[in-house]
Design a protein around this ligand. Sequence first.
Ligand SMILES: [Zn+2]
Ligand SMILES: [Zn+2]
Length: 145
Amino acid sequence: MALTRRDDGWFGGGPEDIRPVLDGLARDHGGAVSHYADAVCPCGGREFGIVVAEGRGCATLDCEACGARLSTGPVPADAGDAGAEACNCACGGDCFEVCAAVVRSPGRAPRRFFLAARCTGCGRVAGYGEWAVPPRVRPPAWRAG
Ligand SMILES: [Zn+2]
Ligand SMILES: [Zn+2]
């Protein structure tokens, strides 16, 4: 199944369908993606629970297969932290394939980080967070811990 548009959003068949949605979010922002970071666990798993702390620029993934954690941002985000939120699909699902992107901004505005994910239950692909990327930070990578 390719990425398809329905009245209430985008739906895809696999993790490769997340990047075009990130491209759309980047266009809406007035920029373009300069770097993608697909989330793949060291165990090979691609399905994760997601916790996002937008205010701190952190996202943490919990691998559904082995329980390992992958994070991007200064420190891991915990569901119990102030301002941190576990992501749920509109269908109630909480298991996702995940891709992040760094987006160039118009003019001199700082680059922005976008997080998008595909619900493995219903296929919905949506954005789950965005924040400014501080200058001189390297492109985000998912790292264990
Ligand atoms: Zn894993
Ligand atoms: Zn869903």
